[in-house]
Write a protein that binds this ligand. Structure first.
Ligand code: BF8
Length: 646
């Protein structure tokens, strides 16, 4: 049996302060539970099977097969498949809910939402070959909702959204037989295949897993991103601030937490209404402060500049500031422990999704038709709760960092070339001539088994110090914002002189916040845009690029890792997937899969080694593209220039 680390020093002082405060008050946090958790070796290695009632079976040297005869690789592969099915379901159901909202708007059934970005609507409609010429916007939106809904069901043809991938990639998927024919279908089929007594060949099962993951990244997640852009606007650079210090002592504080922005967007609008602000003032508050946790925070940040109170591991700590009147939670990454933390304070935790109830949380029956009225009513209740604040229990860390977010692919395009000549050319040229060595996507969660932010931030610093442009999403983006890496000035100081210079010249910072976890689809789209611009190969696998999730935690992260590998990328995880007991499966995912898909996984926990793996991979890709000589020459010239001090 393994034991988690007893005590961990956080790299974020605000978190340390609040963990100390919790300890003094005798309150339990995720770190306490992690310290007392006895981790099961069979779980870590993927060798426990509960898929039928002959066991549960645990594979060991003494018992190398389960009751049915399934071996370590079969069991590990089945467990992995189920994790990817769950991750795919989470992102995709999120996408489906947004399509439902789009339909409500198109059919005139709600006036709480509207088509905010018509240009994006037309772009997505053209992908589905929907007639747009001379038609009413809402008619196009309704046809688009029909087309997107059809992506969930089973079709004889592969999903249409796959056509956004490079042609070469589509051919690779076709050859491997992993083109999903529907999001729901790919998940149901995978769950069928992992039922007792169905698919036992780990390699064959892994193809089903890859299929579902493609349905996630190129399907459900891409749909969620696109429809959010249509309804709430495509992000553009926006200033905001981050960390627990955004919770304002003299204000009524509401915190939105989870992933789906549908109600939160109305709450944000309701918080800005003069009547609400006046009402808050009438209760003795200076105003209303809305902030966010996790990816609902990222959604609100990207489009409205709403401040971010923290990432995944900080959710309990936000309530422990004692100054949160109401926390609104929707779906995913919400700890049920919030109920017991909130019980020590005046905070009301309100569950807003009909899918997600938790003992100790209040619930509202969210309805898009009346969303704005519901949002106003919630804001008013939060204001009423201000009087119940226990003033002697308020402790807010003095930590608040300003930063820039909002880098959608369109925003990057326009920054590089202007509104009317948008292009990726300057970025491609900088990569080709070696001033930018490559691109890394650093994404994913926090995990109490790791020092909070403590492996994400050093990796990103290391990457930009070695000429690598970094794209961020999810909690990893919040980690870097807290560390100051999303302030263009600080990032430029941390970046290598070459990268800093080129980023300044082409007008982008060296670390770009691209959004929430479903917005990892934006990283796929950015890769496609770079390829379309030309000069860097024909497929994602050709690009000098890699992905990393140093502190991954959720099943969604497992699905994301898979679809990046299936798209041709190296994906580095800070700790292995729970499969290492299946040795052949492990070899396949870290080596064999590369031959068929061009991407593979790597597991590494030490920052210096992580950095080396990514840089070696990027250099290997540059070599294959024949652009490494240029970079070597450029580095030599720079050295000469510096030696001569010119
Ligand atoms: O979806 S990064 S901890 S909040 S799972 Fe969750 Fe992980 Fe954060 Fe966003 Ni993504």
């Amino acid at each position: 049996m393994l034991k988690n680390q007893e005590s961990i020093q956080d790299s974020d002082p605000a978190t340390t302060q609040m963990r100390d405060a919790a300890k003094k008050r005798g309150m339990e946090t995720v770190w306490d539970r992690s310290a007392s958790n006895v981790v099961c070796k069979f779980g870590v290695e993927g060798l426990c099977c509960k898929n039928c009632n002959m066991g549960p079976c645990r594979i060991s040297a003494k018992a190398p097969r389960g009751m049915c005869g399934a071996d370590a690789d079969t069991i590990a592969a089945r467990n992995l498949s189920r994790a990817v099915a769950a991750g795919t379901s989470a992102h995709s159901d999120h996408g489906r809910h947004l399509v439902h909202t789009l339909r409500m708007v198109a059919e005139g059934k709600t006036d709480s939402y509207r088509i905010t970005d018509e240009r994006r609507l037309l772009e997505v409609a053209s992908l589905y070959k929907i007639e747009t010429e001379g038609r009413e916007t809402l008619d196009i939106a309704r046809d688009l909702a029909d087309a997107l809904d059809a992506e969930f069901a089973h079709s004889q043809e592969p999903m249409k959204t796959l056509s956004q991938a490079p042609v070469k990639r589509q051919a690779i998927w076709q050859k491997a037989g992993v083109q999903p024919h529907g999001i729901d279908h790919s998940v149901v089929e995978l769950m069928h295949r992992t039922h007792m007594g169905v698919d036992h060949a780990f390699g064959h099962l892994e193809l089903g897993t890859i299929t579902a993951s493609i349905a996630d990244g190129w399907g459900g997640s891409m749909i969620a991103t696109a429809v959010s852009d249509i309804l709430f606007g495509t992000p553009k650079p926006v200033l905001s601030s981050v960390n627990l210090g955004v919770i304002a002592k003299d204000h009524v504080n509401l915190v939105v937490h989870g992933h789906e922005p549908v109600l939160s967007d109305c709450v944000a609008a309701a918080c800005e209404e003069p009547a609400a602000i006046e009402y808050a003032k009438s209760k003795g508050a200076a105003g209303i402060r809305l902030s966010g946790i996790c990816c609902t925070a990222n959604e609100m940040l990207m489009r409205r500049g709403i401040p971010v109170a923290g990432n995944f591991l900080q959710q309990e700590l936000a309530i422990m500031t004692g100054a949160v009147e109401m926390m609104l939670v929707d779906v995913q990454c919400i700890m049920p422990s919030l109920a017991s933390v909130a019980a020590c304070f005046h905070t009301r935790v309100v569950a807003t999704s009909k899918l997600a109830h938790t003992a100790g949380f209040e619930t509202v029956d969210f309805n898009e038709e009346h969303a704005m009225e519901q949002a106003r009513s919630l804001v008013r209740s939060a204001i009423d709760n201000f009087a119940n604040r226990k003033k002697d229990m308020v402790e807010i860390p003095d930590s608040r960092v300003d930063f820039v977010a909002g880098f959608s692919v369109r925003a990057i395009h326009e920054m590089l070339g202007g509104r009317f000549r948008s292009t990726f050319r300057p970025l491609n040229d900088a990569i080709i001539d070696g001033r930018i060595r490559g691109i890394a996507g650093v994404v994913g969660c926090n995990n109490p088994k790791k020092n909070l932010d403590g492996t994400i931030v050093p990796l990103v610093k290391g990457l930009i110090a070695h000429d690598v442009l970094v794209l961020l999403t999810g909690c990893a983006a919040i980690s870097c914002a807290k560390a100051g890496l999303l302030s263009p000035e600080t990032a430029r100081e941390a970046a290598s002189p070459g990268l800093a210079e080129v980023c300044e010249a082409i007008g982008i910072p060296p670390v770009l916040h691209m959004g929430s976890c479903v917005d990892n689809s934006r990283i796929l789209s950015a890769a496609c845009a770079v390829l379309r611009e030309g000069g860097l190969g024909e497929d994602i696998a050709d690009l000098p690029a890699a992905g990393a999730a140093p502190e991954w935690m959720s099943e969604k992260a497992v699905a994301i890792g898979h679809y990046f590998v299936a798209s041709g990328m190296l994906v580095l995880l800070g700790s292995p997937l729970h499969i290492i007991g299946g040795e052949k499966l492990n070899d396949m995912l870290t080596q064999g899969v590369e031959e068929a898909f061009g991407g593979k996984f790597a597991w590494e926990s030490h920052t210096a080694k992580q950095l080396k793996i990514i840089l070696d991979h990027i250099d290997k890709k540059r070599e294959a593209l024949g652009i490494n000589t240029k970079r070597k020459r450029m580095l030599f010239d720079m050295k000469e220039r510096r030696a001569l001090d010119v």
